[in-house]
Design a protein around this ligand. Structure first.
Ligand SMILES: Cc1cc2nc3c(=O)[nH]c(=O)nc-3n(C[C@H](O)[C@H](O)[C@H](O)COP(=O)(O)OP(=O)(O)OC[C@H]3O[C@@H](n4cnc5c(N)ncnc54)[C@H](O)[C@@H]3O)c2cc1C
Length: 391
């Protein structure tokens, strides 16, 4: 007979949504585990730029949208967790920067005016003249610069902090987990006999893997991200550059690779429109954009690499970006998408509410029955992936 372990909640998928939910439920005494079929963060999470948005991106059309309201409290919530005073203990995680900057080109089409039409943004940004990021201190720089209340976290260190704290509850099953009709899931591993988990509630936070569930209609929106490295990079930069559209023309964050080299990670409009371009075209376009925006840097001496990644979200009419996180319940199974890494805490709060609605009470788990099961590793950050071609 196959061993069966009873649980309060089994979570499938070890990105930020699943790990945050696991932490929240465990802190409240629930017998919860998380099952990952590859490596923690291997979907979208380790590809994220780590910006804890405070609503800026969502206010570019000038009104206080539902998305901006949902996300406005996130910088404070994450800072509390990083200081050890929040609902999840992230003291082992790293803050990369306290603020994201925003700079506007002088083009008449720049969306900066829309920011000032938004009451929310007026209270969350300040114009800065001194202490500019190094690259914007150049005498040729002519734009206006604002400081936004948007901290940037080191995503890998957040995953490591959560994985370290709840390691006993992390289970590796190299075959993607599919639920049985009775709500159980069976884990397989070449070195182990199959193990069946029988949770009172099953939560799928599997990103693109949520598509395996017939009721979980989802949409995928790709990004063609660019990374830059080389001695010519003019110091770290955390900034959105505003152009003419609702999406920043360029969003830059800065990271260290495994060898301690500075990486600029480039998203925003460059990555959204970049899905129409192949790798060579995207590299050429990125060099042109960087040269147009920061012409005093020798971009020909900087190496670039790209990769494409899909954002997985609950399906929306017309495929538009969802206003906030989403969840769908089918009996005792719930499927969830945070939409933004920054929103994982709000999603976890709502999921816990759903667990309570299902009348699941906290119970102890037979941890001995799980002690021998293999644990998932943490995935590698995009700029450290061996298969990348830099040019
Ligand atoms: C390029 C990029 C930049 C971004 N930047 C930001 C940002 O700066 N700020 C922000 O707030 N948000 C950002 N986001 C959005 C954010 O990354 C995502 O909303 C978030 O990471 C989604 O997390 P998740 O846990 O739902 O899914 P994922 O991170 O995709 O994790 C899903 C996990 O489930 C596992 N899995 C899949 N199927 C199965 C199965 N059947 N069985 C077991 N395991 C399974 C996968 O291996 C994976 O580890 C960005 C997204 C992208 C793509």
């Amino acid at each position: 007979m196959k061993p069966v372990v009873k649980l309060d909640v089994a979570i499938v998928g070890g990105g930020i949504a699943g790990l945050w939910l696991l932490a929240r439920l465990r802190e409240r005494g629930y017998g919860a585990v998380l099952v990952e079929s590859q490596q923690l963060g291997s979907g979208q999470t380790l590809c994220a730029q780590g910006i804890i948005h405070g609503g800026a991106k969502y206010s570019l059309h000038g009104s206080l949208s539902a998305s901006a309201q949902a996300i406005a409290g996130m910088p404070t919530l994450w800072r509390r967790c990083l200081s050890g005073a929040g609902e999840v203990d992230l003291r082992e995680a790293r803050l990369l920067a306290e603020h994201q900057y925003l700079w506007a080109t002088q083009a008449p089409t720049s969306r900066i005016a829309a920011f000032f039409a938004s009451k929310l943004m007026q209270s969350r940004m300040e114009k800065v003249a001194a202490d500019l990021p190094i690259v914007l201190q150049h005498p040729q720089f002519r734009g206006a610069v604002y400081r936004l209340d948007e901290p940037i976290i080191d995503v890998a260190s957040v995953l490591a902090a959560l994985a370290h704290r709840y390691r006993d509850a992390l289970l590796f099953s190299p075959e993607p987990v599919i639920p049985a009709v009775d709500g159980s899931i069976t884990l397989h591993h070449p070195d182990q006999s199959p193990l069946t988990l029988f949770p009172a509630c099953l939560v799928f936070t599997a990103g693109a893997g949520n598509a395996k569930l017939p009721w979980a209609a989802q949409q995928l929106r790709p990004l063609h991200m660019v990374m830059a490295r080389g001695a010519n990079l003019p110091g770290p930069l955390y900034a959105h550059c505003l152009g003419a559209s609702d999406t920043p023309r360029l969003t830059v964050t800065s990271h260290d690779d495994a060898q301690g080299r500075l990486i600029w990670f480039l998203g925003g409009g460059l990555a959204e429109t970049g899905v129409q371009r192949n790798r060579e075209e995207q590299i050429q376009f990125a060099r042109q954009e960087l040269t147009a925006l920061l012409p005093w840097v020798n971009w020909n001496a900087v190496q670039l690499a790209t990769f494409i990644v899909e954002r997985a979200e609950a399906q929306q009419p017309g495929g538009v970006r969802p206003a906030s996180f989403s969840l769908r319940r089918e009996g005792r199974m719930i499927t969830a998408w945070p939409t933004k890494l920054a929103l994982a805490p709000l999603l976890a709060e709502q999921l816990e509410e759903q667990v309570r609605t299902l009348d699941v009470q906290p119970h102890p788990v037979d941890w001995c029955a799980l002690a021998h099961w293999p644990r998932p590793d943490i995935a590698v950050s995009p700029w450290d992936r061996a298969e990348l071609a830099w040019s």
